[in-house]
Design a protein around this ligand. Structure first.
Ligand SMILES: Cc1ncc(COP(=O)(O)O)c(C=O)c1O
Length: 442
């Protein structure tokens, strides 16, 4: 007698009839659960998870400290709404975030998603300064809501059909050293600053600008770091004109870049910092952080949220910061990041399809090009690579408007052995793809 082995659950078949097709998917796999730095599919296959739910589960899956904090809070209450009073995990997380920020940035407002944190930042900037203008940068990504998408230009599809967007938004040139200034940070800084000054001279006077919004490392746009000198000059320009410097740290924050916050690499102190993604290791939570005086001027009742600062999410957030501190994960991200960078640069030296390897800490982009002279982006090879790596047990994601960049966002607790394993899989996958022969993957 034979016992029938049940087929692995196919959640794609379950989902297809009723889930919206609006969401693009990297993979059609059916996931069962996560364990530490690995994902397990419904057939029991294990994958190294170097995607972290798009830079969100940075401590890996089911981190015991995070899970314990969540369970304990679930047994107290799930939700009250912060409008009803005060709750321990919410106050404690605000305190911990303030401790991690430069001293002046001591006041936290909680929301639910990165886009909501951006909305709050833009609303605060306008209301507090009494000015309409908002400046963002080419190829930036800040979210999908109307305000956030108004300052997003990383992909035309995100904006198409939604006009009119928020008025008085101006887009200045991002200092993309690799793409636009032949990898020369000084030239990129000078070029992008002069475009910004031209904007403020010819298009909108600085006296009409409420805030300038920037990612210290562009995320969805393709993992392009802003040169630190550019961020310092931007800070000086904001100071000169009373403009708020808004740092979008949604993807770069919480140790991802080998510093707690991406802006620390430039030594600047923003006026407003937007946080989300890794803040609660996978539960929906976001925040903006400013000087107290700014949120006092914003004014009680000027903004709010039913779910924002949910106590279960905040309890997870407390566990995240405590874990980063106790496990020394800022240093781990810097040290493992240096190892990963060296291994990927070594691969680049042997394969001229890799145009660039860049990024701080564990926020590394590997950009693929068709031709060294033109640097024409090659998304097809990246699609093929991601599919091949997944088949071989490694989950990686792409970024960039042509998905020409493989982004490396492993858990910040990743080990040297895991990095070696991942780079081995990646190198073999690349070697298996014939030159000029890549066709788009799933
Ligand atoms: C830098 C940055 N800002 C904002 C967002 C929007 O966050 P969310 O998808 O949580 O709304 C993202 C998401 O990828 C991001 O990377």
């Amino acid at each position: 007698m034979t016992t029938a082995v049940p087929a692995p659950a196919d959640f794609a078949a379950l989902s297809a009839p009723h889930l919206s097709p609006i969401l693009g998917r990297y993979f059609n796999r059916s996931w069962s659960h996560g364990e530490g730095h690995e994902l397990i599919d419904t057939a029991g296959r294990r994958y190294l998870d170097f995607a972290c739910g798009i830079a969100t589960t940075s401590l890996g899956h089911r981190h015991p400290r995070v899970s314990k904090a969540i369970h304990e809070q679930v047994d107290k209450f799930l939700h009250l709404c912060n409008a009803l009073g005060y709750m321990e995990p919410v106050g404690r997380l605000a305190q911990l975030i303030a401790e991690e920020m430069p001293p002046a940035l001591d006041t936290v407002f909680f929301a639910n998603s990165g886009a909501e944190a951006i909305e709050a930042s833009l609303k605060l900037a306008r209301r507090v300064t009494g000015r309409p203008g908002l400046i963002a940068f080419t190829n930036g990504f800040h979210g999908r809501t109307f305000g956030a998408v108004s300052v997003t230009t990383s992909n035309i599809n995100y904006r198409t059909g939604y006009e009119p967007l928020l008025p008085s938004v101006y887009i200045s040139r991002f200092p993309n050293a690799y793409r636009d200034w032949n990898n020369d940070d000084a030239a990129a800084t000078e070029g992008a600053m002069s475009e910004l000054r031209r904007l403020l001279r010819e298009v909108i006077p600085p006296s009409q600008v409420a805030g300038i919004l920037i990612e210290s490392v562009q995320g969805e746009g393709g993992y392009y770091p802003a040169p630190p000198a550019f961020l310092r000059q931007l800070r000086a320009l904001c100071d000169e004109h009373g403009i708020l410097y808004v740092a979008d740290e949604v993807q770069a924050g919480f140790a991802r870049t080998g510093r707690m916050w991406g802006f620390e690499h430039a030594g600047v102190v923003p006026d407003v910092v937007a946080l989300a993604k890794a803040i609660a290791n996978g539960l929906p939570l976001s925040a903006i952080v400013t000087r107290r005086e700014l949120q006092e001027r914003w004014g009680t009742g000027a903004h709010g949220s039913t779910f924002g600062g949910n106590p279960v999410c905040c309890a997870a957030g407390v566990a995240v910061i405590e874990t980063i501190r106790e496990e020394g994960l800022v240093a781990n991200a810097a040290d493992r990041g240096a190892e990963l960078m060296a291994a990927l640069k070594a691969l680049q030296a042997t394969d001229d399809r890799i145009g660039d390897v860049r990024g701080p800490g564990l926020m590394i982009g590997v950009e693929f090009i068709r031709d060294r002279a033109t640097r024409e982006p090659d998304g097809a090879i990246v699609d093929a690579l991601l599919a091949r790596c997944a088949d071989d047990g490694l989950i990686l994601l792409s970024a960039g408007s042509h998905h020409q960049v493989v982004r490396w966002i492993p858990p910040i607790s990743v080990t040297t052995a895991e990095i070696q394993r991942a780079v081995g899989i990646f190198g073999n996958a690349l070697a298996s793809i014939p030159r000029g022969g890549a066709t788009a993957g799933p």
